[in-house]
Design a protein around this ligand. Sequence first.
Ligand code: ASP
Length: 753
Amino acid sequence: MNNVLFDLHYSALIKMQQLLKPPMPKEVQFTFRKSDSTQFRDTLKDVRMRGIYSIIIDTKPENLPNLLTAILQIQMNNYKYHYHFTTFDIEAHNLENFRYNFVNMTAYRMVDSEHLMVKQVLRDMEKFQSVGQSILNRSNLEPALMYDSVFALARGLQALERGAVLRPVNVSCEDENPWNDGSSLFNYVNAAEYRGLTGKIQFKEGRRSTLKLDLLKLRTEKLDKVGEWSTTSGLNISNHEAFHEFGTRNITLRVTTIETIPYVMLKAGNHTGNDRFEGFCIELLQAIANYLGFQYELYFVPDSKFGAENTSTGEWNGLVREIIDKNADLAVASMTINYARESVIDFTKPFMTLGIRILFKLPSTMPTRLFSFMSPLAIDIWLYVLAAYILVSSTMFIVARFSPYEWHNPHPCVAESDVMENQFSMANSFWFTIVTLMHQGCDLNPKATSTRIIGAIWWFFTLILISSYTANLAAFLTVERMITPIESVEDLASQSKISYGTLESGSTMTFFRDSRIETYQKMWRYMENRPNVFVGSYEEGVARVLQGNYAFLMESTMLDYMVQRNCNLTEVGGLLDSKGYGIATPIGSPWRDKISLAILDLQEKGVIQILYNRWWKSGATTCSRDEKGKETKANALGLENIGGVFVVLLTGLAVAIFTAIFEFCWSTKKNAYNQRQSLCSEMAEELRFAMKCRASRQRPALRRQCSKCIPGTTYVPNAMDMNTQENGVMQMLDIRKSASPVHFECGDCRHHT
Ligand code: ASP
């Protein structure tokens, strides 16, 4: 075939392929095969083995019947194949055996036998010769071209005759004398323009300048004109539908699949054919087949892999490979649609959506510990409580010493008594604080405003602390506490104790391999260096998770199924991505759109949901422990939970100290006035005394008031009253004997008199 003709047929084939599946791959590979008519079958077998589906056939018309028989014999006559014939008289051949199996057969024709003018010429010819049309078709184009060229010559001569008398002369082959009118005739022929049997005829510089070819395609009824090629506008396809036409009834598709619970499983017992399989995908396939009316024959993919591209060789494996090689018409499985796969095969619309998640073994319960009563509060809180206890007790002791209102006369009716006592000794202060912390009764009661503030704020503190402790202790004692070492994919990526992996040669593996996200890249580097983290099947992955110390990155749909059926399993973190499962077909397969429509319809009618419920919900065990574990998991209360109560306590202590200072100043000022002493010396004296908490137990009792005293009774201090201590209460004597005794008149003192 010469270059011009090759270009013509090649461009036709490419354009038709584009109609079937735009866009075309960037690179197109050509394979040229030369064969004589006895080897057609071997050549075709070789073409089939190489996976070539678009074939240009350039052969003599007399060889075509043999070739067509060979095509039928080796069954290369289905919708996957596209034959384009270079012969212009395809109509003259018997294509009856190819009409019903949707094989694509196209060719050009020059003579449009349906054209009125052509029909008229044929009728005229029949008058002279009984064969008529068969002259035009059976013996290829020559008669038609001959007819048109004679007509062109006739037109030229006619025109020449109009201007001059045509005088034919005898010309000799030996003489070199030209015919004078020859060049004029050439010009007139060149100028001729008319509608011939082979279309519009026009010349330019002695060559035919317009050529129009009809593109024919074999359809169920006959060869139909589906487009035109012309020298001016190239190829125009007028009937696009003709390229998407194919029947579904009585067609048996080869469907490949892979064993995955609960999508595709082998039934127990002895079954044959499609009966061997069961599962969600099998029922979905059956529903689609019923919908579209095709038959199918299922088989497992030989290498039991979903399919991933080998980055170094560019080769695919698994289901994807099976579809690329067109060994199967469909791949029906839990097959994820992703970019890399979509560039080499086609997918239908998704029938399920999902994302990658982490499957992990449910954490074991925390072992019971002897000191588990400590658990409700974090260790730092225990330390803070201890510090608060010491601080409050010391503050109570100091403030009580400073505050004049905490000093009282143990025998108010003894008028001359110089003994003053303060109930908040160091020991008593610590005792008061611990007793109130434990919510027990205590006979010590603060009297001064400052000490009362300390008491109140400490009680508030203990109230909150004890309530929080009690509440959390209940949670700790009733709930089995879960130890969850990982909570998210980031946790998984940042540790090395727990190993993790994916299914080998699946989309989950390629997700990590191709990801640009730092965390996933890091995880891929980890997995890449430890090939044993990849598993051959989901069952193997789940078994490894159950053995412990292994996290399996898998798709959420499958994960849900596993978790619902095994209470020792749990999912960790959220979805890492979002994608869908689709049915795979070879590129350009006419089944893709039909199956997509069927999927959408089945989805809208709820059929897919019913199938999902049947395979996921039934047989699921209720593992409520997962949820319970998450909701009621008790954590030790930390500073962030109850830190506020410490702030309140410190503020209260500060207020109490200021109040004590105020009380001290107020009382000293009053005493200084009564004693007629200077304020400074009185203050210094009182301060000195207050500071001598250990050195002296005595204190001048100069300022006393007793509202309960009755006039006329006098209390004389008893020697026994001096330097005695009862219940840890300090009594103090006035060391300044020179001071005149003060008389108390007190109703409580009657028993002393
Ligand atoms: N469904 C996945 C796939 O199509 C399998 C996986 O990687 O989890 O490859």
